[in-house]
Design a protein around this ligand. Structure first.
Ligand SMILES: [Zn+2]
Length: 294
């Protein structure tokens, strides 16, 4: 039996009192519970469909104060099911994976460009992704130029799960491409995250699966991540990454653990990362009024 992190947080706030990262303002503290969350990394993959109905997904979001989420799924039908059920809560994005096309071979899959174009023409996806570039292969340049042009023509994002090198390469193909860097690289060091975000002033990152990097074992901000958060607070989003059903089983805890680090930030910074950056990026209004709505 684990104590939910938010409970632990509130206890620690009562015991210690806190100043925020940067120290100039009071930390958001327990008021973090009032902030609506935009979850920028949701998947509703086929194995989840039988275990979690669309109604139950929205209920989990409601219980966690997640007002809205960016959803991509394998196959895309999962995203569309959720979006059709609750269009005011879901921002759809188009994951390329379907049939035999998966994370390592999707760029080689025949008819992929046509598939993406047909789905983008049929539904209001706000991004292409999340997709993986496990290993940069510059032979894929022609294909990626096509993907970039599909995104640019619609003014939507690429949501890219990769290390730093593919992000630099995609920008080299087109400096105007709009990108969300999934998990801020996942295994990329804080130093390299800082450098990449400095080099590309439009790059947005979601911090899903990074909770244990951002917080140290005593639930204080890691100093290197505090530097990233302070420098790039306009370009960070939180996310859960429901890539397997166990992430849905644990959804409320995952969102709570994000509220723990957000609570250590000033209210202004916490609001931006929790939902205001997403409001700007996706031109949506996000508030707790959405909870209980579809
Ligand atoms: Zn993912």
């Amino acid at each position: 039996m684990t104590i939910r992190p938010l409970v632990a947080l509130i206890v620690s706030l009562l015991v210690n009192g806190q100043t925020s990262a940067g120290g100039q303002d009071h930390a958001t503290g327990a008021a973090v519970q009032d902030l609506p969350i935009f979850d920028a990394h949701i998947h509703y993959k086929q194995p989840a469909w039988s275990a979690y109905s669309v109604e139950s997904i929205i209920e989990l979001m409601d219980k966690s104060g997640v007002a809205m989420g960016l959803v991509s799924s394998t196959p895309d039908e999962g995203t569309i099911r959720l979006w059709e059920h609750a269009p005011n809560r879901i921002v759809p994005e188009l994951r390329p994976y379907h049939g035999a096309a998966g994370s390592s071979n999707w760029m080689k899959s025949s008819g992929m460009r046509e598939y993406l174009e047909q789905r983008l023409d049929s539904y209001p996806h706000q991004g292409i992704g999340e997709f993986h570039i496990h290993q940069l292969n510059t032979d894929d340049e022609v294909f990626f130029r096509e993907i970039i042009s599909l995104a640019n023509a619609r003014d939507i994002y690429l949501h890219v799960h990769s290390g730093t090198e593919p992000i630099r390469w995609l920008y080299s193909l087109d400096p105007t491409v709009k990108m969300i860097w999934a998990h801020a690289g996942l295994s990329t060091s804080a130093e390299d995250v800082y450098e990449l975000m400095s080099d590309y002033p439009e790059l947005v990152a979601d911090t899903s699966l990074r909770e244990r990097d951002i917080l140290d074992d005593s639930e204080n901000l890691n100093p290197e991540w505090e530097k990233i958060i302070n420098a790039f607070s306009n370009r960070l989003l939180v996310g859960s990454d429901t890539w397997v059903n166990s992430q849905w089983d644990n959804y409320e805890n995952i969102i709570d653990s994000n509220r723990v680090w957000l609570s250590l930030l000033s209210r202004d910074t916490a609001e931006k990362i929790a939902y205001k950056n997403a409001e700007r990026l996706f031109k949506r209004e996000i508030s707790m009024d959405l909870i209980g709505q579809k």
